[in-house]
Design a protein around this ligand. Structure first.
Ligand SMILES: Cc1cc2nc3c(=O)[nH]c(=O)nc-3n(C[C@H](O)[C@H](O)[C@H](O)COP(=O)(O)OP(=O)(O)OC[C@H]3O[C@@H](n4cnc5c(N)ncnc54)[C@H](O)[C@@H]3O)c2cc1C
Length: 819
């Protein structure tokens, strides 16, 4: 056994072996994998092997697409068959909401180039003769379906062996019956792994331990939010009808998914495999996998399966005539949002996670591909924010993860509305004024564990969302909140913002190297700044305010607390010249904005608020009411006269009361997240995570004014120089979408030129309530970005005319901000 390698992968399931394989593809061949028992002994051996291309996520969709393509060419490359049956996948719909979901998915599929068809019930019957189209009181009528002709199912163990062969051929080592038991840092900063067969030292560690993620995380002091849930499928005996159909020359039936009944069905020799995502499936191994489990399965729970067997039998009556051969009930890893954890671990250097896979057979290829790129090149090739392990934070307590994972599992097949807010594990984190917002009718959503008011139900209006892909019950109320902000004065509680304090003699120079904008040199100045990846993509957005001589206040997105915190921490200089403190939870933030905001704030403070004394884009430390040490930043995300008030958290209640008391005569009111979305869209303000991602440089995002190429070196600058020399390929656009009556763009819709060619994608969209326009923002090839350019956008399967607008269609000259 080698005692020193560049990368050590821990875990020999399909995901670990794929990571190893892809590292060798990147030319890193001094790599090894250890497996505590035998390859595939975890969840991989008992997986049903389905490879669905369908995924609502732009990122995960790309990973799955890569996998399916790879698995088709792997046998030729390695000489190992993988039993890939390209049977296709058929997803049935029995409701309009389900069809909306499929149409929404089609936008994502079109932008990433996944082939699909939306088909009629008649075509369903043609493709799947044994299906009942329904229409009785017992079985709902199929109204359409989504068909993927290019995917199907594979033999997971054979796939793992093919990847193993590929990795070994390139020089990688694999050691079975070798368990990682302890991990320590060496003096030189490498990782020393004590295994059951001796020590191995590695520069980088990859954890790909499936159901063991909690245990292996603990070896490094990490609380990994991946806990398995029981997952079952039934293996049926021979089906006479299926046999007759196949003997009659019928081709292999597509994997059938009746999403509205939460099961899938596929051929297995001349019988079937039926797999439901049941209600009541429990999370297991929250404290780790016990020693006795090994390669075992759980006993089958037929009671839990019965409703799904019945539903499937109504849809495919042939099931009635075959007996049950076996029930497979195994642990399947889950995370609170159902997506895997692929990327760097937080707080520790050179540790990478490839964990939490619930569709690990499908995702193994893509996750190995991107993780290997990340390890060897320092960043992934595509936007991986949706799967980055740091999208979760310290709030993922064991109970939270158990509740969320069980909820995610039972909702795998429910309609995923864009505005859904699932109830489990809530409320977890609340702002101090949570009860006050409740009293004002808040309808809550959740992000990064925080409760956030999405809108406020006026007296007499039910405090509930009707989730939809279209305009829904809250639409008029969100409109009222948006108008309140534009016409009078509103308050948004943005306490969840991520807040860091950066101090020390080296603070200014250090920040300056991290971001593309110039860090403010004068106290009271602020700069919207972007930290870039080495390839020039946007990794983070920070509002940096200079509070004191060697003191900066750095604010970023609430959901980026761990993502940004980890980045800043790992970038700190070793000489102690910079101190970094995460003060997210010790400061709250209220946005006070609207034409009357100055009049309201003036009643609370003696600080002069006129334009000369307190101009736009400046900050002062003020007293407001009884609150002291309030950082008042004259900026906001809604494009109105106003201030973000960042106050010591203990003043939350009194400051809130004082604002509302002072604002009463001006008609002050609360504004929720959805109205903020509408208002920021009217100003073309880009949102980190959707409109600003590593996929686009700040030049593509048309953020040129926040990039100082002549200020000296900063991360990403060389890549930007190259891009400028070659020409900026894409540009940010704001679009007015015409003819929308009830379904506004929401992001991930393809954009077409007048010839019908895809020339870009929308990254966000919403109805601009005060402009009364349906708006989208996103990216097109540069030649289509001129104001006035006619384009088309596909919303829920319909092509709509759209026109490129001048940026910031509301108040383009920022007169209100400067008022
Ligand atoms: C019933 C069922 C059906 C499924 N069907 C499908 C499907 O159709 N399609 C699909 O895409 N997915 C399916 N899945 C999910 C799929 O099985 C998993 O996502 C996938 O196998 C995960 O692979 P992995 O490599 O991450 O984990 P695993 O296969 O569990 O591998 C992890 C490995 O790490 C090893 N290990 C752990 N700790 C250590 C240590 N300290 N030292 C050394 N080695 C260690 C373990 O022994 C294990 O072999 C199904 C799951 C279940 C339960």
């Amino acid at each position: 056994m080698k005692t020193h390698v560049r990368v050590l992968v821990i875990g020999g399931g399909v995901v670990g072996v794929s990571t190893l394989y892809h590292l060798t593809k990147k030319g890193w061949t001094d790599v090894a994998l250890i497996e505590r028992t035998e390859l595939t002994a975890g969840s991989t051996w008992h997986a049903a092997g389905l490879l669905p291309l369908f995924n609502m996520s732009y990122t995960v969709g790309q990973l799955h697409k890569y996998s399916v393509d790879l698995y088709k060419r792997l046998p030729a490359e390695t000489g190992q068959d993988v039993s890939f049956h390209v049977s296709g996948n058929l997803r049935l719909a029995t409701s309009r909401e389900r069809m909306d979901e499929y149409y929404k998915y089609c936008g994502t599929a079109n932008t990433i180039g996944v082939p699909f068809e939306i088909i009629t019930p008649a075509r369903v019957k043609e493709l799947w003769p044994l299906v009942e189209l329904g229409g009785s009181s017992e079985t709902a009528a199929i109204i359409g379906a989504l068909y993927h002709p290019d995917d199907g199912h594979i033999a997971p163990a054979d796939l793992t062996m093919a990847l193993r062969k590929g990795a070994r051929n390139a020089g990688a080592e694999i050691y079975e019956h070798t368990e990682a038991q302890a991990i320590a840092r060496t003096v030189s900063g490498e990782w020393q792994v004590r295994t059951s067969q001796g020590d191995i030292i590695a520069e980088h560690l990859v954890l790909a331990t499936g159901n063991y993620a909690r245990q292996s995380g603990r070896l490094l002091g990490l609380n990994v939010p991946a806990i398995p849930v029981e997952h079952q499928y039934i293996v049926y005996d021979e089906s006479p009808e299926l046999k007759a159909y196949r003997q009659g020359g019928g081709r292999e039936l597509a994997v059938l998914r009746e999403s509205d009944q939460s099961y899938y069905l596929r051929e297995e020799r001349t019988g079937w495999i039926l797999g439901p995502y049941e209600k009541g499936a429990p999370a297991r191994f929250a404290d780790g996998v016990p020693d006795w489990f090994g390669r075992s399965l759980f006993p089958g729970d037929l009671d839990r399966l019965v409703p799904y067997v019945e539903a499937a039998t109504r849809r495919v009556p042939a099931l009635e005539n075959c007996g049950i051969k076996d029930i497979v009930n195994g642990p399947i890893s889950y995370t609170p949002d159902g997506s895997p954890l692929i990327g760097p671990a937080w707080d520790v250097r050179n540790v990478w996670l490839n964990e939490g896979h619930s569709f690990g057979i499908t995702a193994a290829g893509g996750s190995g591909w991107q993780l290997a790129e990340w390890i060897t090149e320092g960043e992934p090739g595509i936007d991986m924010l949706a799967v980055d392990p740091r999208r979760f934070g310290a709030y993922t307590s064991k109970r939270y993860v158990v509740k969320k994972n069980e909820e995610t599992y039972r909702n795998v097949f429910t309609v995923h509305f864009p505005d859904e807010e699932r109830p489990e594990g809530r409320p977890a984190k609340t702002s101090p004024v949570y009860d006050k917002l409740n009293a004002k009718g808040a309808v809550w959503g959740q992000r990064y564990g925080w409760e956030r008011a999405t809108w406020f139900a006026p007296p007499g209006v039910e405090r509930r969302d009707q989730w939809s892909f279209r305009r829904s019950n809250y639409f008029p109320h969100v409109g009222n909140e948006a108008r309140l902000m534009r016409e009078r004065v509103g308050v948004i509680d943005l306490t969840p913002f991520t807040k860091h304090e950066v101090t020390g003699a080296g603070a200014a120079a250090w920040l300056d190297r991290l971001v593309a904008n110039k860090v403010p040199t004068k106290i009271g100045r602020m700069a919207l700044s972007h930290a870039l990846t080495p390839k020039g993509g946007i990794r983070s957005e920070f509002t940096i305010t200079k509070i004191g001589a060697e003191h900066f206040y750095v604010v970023s997105a609430g959901a980026a607390e761990r993502y940004d915190g980890d980045y800043l921490l790992k970038a700190l200089p070793a000489d102690g010249s910079v101190r970094l403190r995460n003060i997210t939870n010790s400061r709250g933030c209220f946005v006070l904005a609207g034409p009357k905001s100055r009049a309201v704030l003036a009643q609370l403070t003696d600080t002069a608020l006129d334009n000369d004394a307190f101009p736009w884009l400046t900050a002062q430390v003020i007293e407001a009411g009884f609150a002291v040490d309030v950082y008042a930043l004259r900026v906001n995300f809604v494009g109105a006269l106003g201030w973000e008030l960042h106050f010591p958290i203990e003043y939350a209640h009194t400051l809130f009361e004082a604002l509302f008391e002072a604002g009463q005569e001006h008609g002050i009111g609360m504004v929720g997240m959805r109205a903020m979305e509408s208002l920021r869209m009217e100003k073309s303000y880009r949102m980190w995570g959707s409109d600003m991602t590593p996929d686009y440089t700040p030049f593509e995002a048309s953020l040129d004014r926040f990039v100082r190429m002549n200020k000296g070196p900063f991360i990403g600058r060389a890549a930007l120089e190259q891009q400028l020399a070659r020409g900026v390929p894409n540009r940010f656009v704001t679009l007015e979408v015409h003819g929308v009556t009830d379904a506004d763009p929401l992001g991930n819709e393809p954009l077409f030129d007048t010839q019908g060619r895809i020339v870009g994608r929308a990254t966000s969209g919403y109805y601009g309530h005060t402009l009364q326009k349906s708006l989208a923002i996103g990216y097109t090839q540069a030649q289509f970005a001129e104001p006035g350019t006619p384009l088309q956008i596909e919303i829920l399967g319909e092509r709509k005319q759209a026109t490129v607008l001048r940026e910031s269609p509301y108040d383009p000259d920022n007169l209100e901000l400067r008022a």
